[in-house]
Design a protein around this ligand. Structure first.
Ligand code: LLP
Length: 435
């Protein structure tokens, strides 16, 4: 909702680096990390914002990292995270693997990723039994977590609900026995149990989630397997709208801590407790700065057209997500008054609209009346903003800047069209195909 930057800071950054521009605030990220200090392991779901410099900031604060692709594993390594152990040392040592700096979470392992996690000794949080077989054949003894779909889920939209019968994520709870059998058959080292049931979870259901985890630990123990840690997954929500409640991290921790104690009583020893947030750590740290390039009417609808589109911020087009906005004149002032307008981008797509609801319905919004040359600031875009950007319409990726106190640092330069074209130029590979 409110943003951690002054008008003068934003106009200065736009003048220096151009628009569209992502701007993040380091102090906000550090404050969110501090609010989770009760968890001994905070594992950042880097898909939310995977810039190397953001990962370095996380690492400097003692935050570990989750990766969901080979690229994200390589990013974590490039940011200074260590796989921590050679594959040989970590193999068979689940207790040591529970402290791994990088964990790989997914429902599939492609060939290159399989080779990467094995070579680096990165524990795998497996969302399918096929992954366990593939990993077990390639690297017997490799450390694994089991990501379980408890049969229910929640999320801010159907597309971010990751539990229940309609979700492709996780090992179905009734298949826990088969998963454990695969672990045993390959001598995989079971680190822990993990559940992530959605983004923007409904806290009324937390007790149900924690209860499901305790039952999973009980069933795992009864099957003769030990575990060293449990993971609450991510999903801590962000107050995107005025009036949305902020997460009570103490309450959240106390529910999970109670579940952990129950689980410890079952297994008879201490268990690690992880939390794996993405959005919570970064959403409110970031804004997307764009410039108003045209205003117009279509019948009774007023449009404010800016130089960023769903190529930059996909969330409104994808989920009908709401992001608060503000308008700044080049001198930093806010235009007086209000006009109800649809804020849209430059893409050759009718759905390229920032003020829309689920299903694409236009939601004109009262905003200070913007004119060409003003800045439009889209709030709370630090999570799933830059990381979900695309090159559609041959648009280069926007630049990213990290603000720390009174210092601003470019942390990703703007991509160039030449870089995009280069992928398609000077190619000399062709072959004859069989009929
Ligand atoms: N852990 C796992 C296994 C996940 O799949 C995710 C998110 C997270 C943690 C982090 O969730 P968070 O704390 O950020 O809610 N693009 C969507 C969100 C998709 C999330 C996918 N998985 C959005 O913009 O809302």
């Amino acid at each position: 909702m409110s943003i951690p930057f002054s008008a003068a800071q934003l106009t200065t950054l736009a003048a220096r680096f151009g628009t569209p521009l992502w701007v993040y605030d380091a102090a906000t990220i550090r404050a969110r990390i501090a609010a989770l200090a009760a968890f001994e392991t905070v594992r950042y779901a880097q898909k939310a914002c995977s810039n190397l410099h953001i990962l370095q900031l996380m690492r400097a604060q003692g935050v570990r990292v989750d990766a969901v692709s080979r690229g994200e594993v390589l990013r974590a390594l490039a940011a200074g995270y260590t796989a921590g152990h050679t594959a040989e040392r970590v193999r068979g040592d689940a207790a040591r693997a529970a402290a791994a700096e990088i964990v790989f979470t997914a429902d599939v392992l492609d060939h290159a990723t399989l080779a990467c996690v094995v070579a680096q000794g990165v524990p795998v949080n497996a969302g399918s039994i096929d992954m366990l077989h593939q990993l077990g054949r390639a690297a017997p003894g490799h450390p694994v977590w089991l990501r379980i779909n408890p049969g229910f889920g929640h999320g801010h939209s159907n597309k971010t609900n990751t539990g229940g019968e309609h979700s492709k994520h996780g090992i179905w709870h009734a298949d826990l026995g088969a998963a454990l059998a695969a672990v045993r058959a390959h001598g995989l080292a079971l680190v822990g149990l993990h559940m992530h049931i959605g983004s923007g979870v409904d806290y009324a259901h937390l007790a149900q989630v924690c209860g499901a985890m305790v039952e999973l630990v009980r069933a795992t123990h009864a099957a003769g397997h030990d575990v060293h840690a449990i993971s609450a997954g991510g999903g801590l929500s962000t107050p995107y709208r005025e009036g949305d409640a902020a997460v009570d991290t103490q309450h959240y921790h106390s529910l999970w801590d109670a579940a952990r104690r129950e689980a410890e009583a079952i297994v008879g020893h201490a268990l690690g407790l992880e939390v794996e947030p993405g959005r919570y750590l970064v959403a409110e740290s970031g804004v997307l700065l764009c410039e108003v390039r045209a205003t117009k009417h279509a019948g009774s609808t007023h449009f404010t057209l800016v130089d960023a589109g769903f190529t930059e911020l996909l969330r409104p087009a994808m989920y009908g997500s709401y992001h608060a906005m503000s308008v700044l004149r080049p001198d930093g002032s806010t235009p007086p008054g209000s006009r109800t307008t649809v804020v849209a981008g430059p893409l050759c797509e009718s759905g390229d609209v920032f003020t829309q609801g689920e299903g694409g319905v236009l939601l004109p919004r009262p905003l200070p009346p913007a004119q060409v040359g003003d800045l439009l600031v889209i709030h709370d875009t630090g999570a799933y903003g830059a990381s979900m950007s695309s090159n559609y319409n041959t648009r280069p990726l926007a630049a990213e800047v990290l603000v720390d106190g009174d210092q601003a640092r470019l942390i990703r330069r703007r991509q160039t069209v030449e870089e995009l074209l280069a992928l398609e130029q000077n190619l000399h590979e062709s072959m004859a195909l069989p009929r």
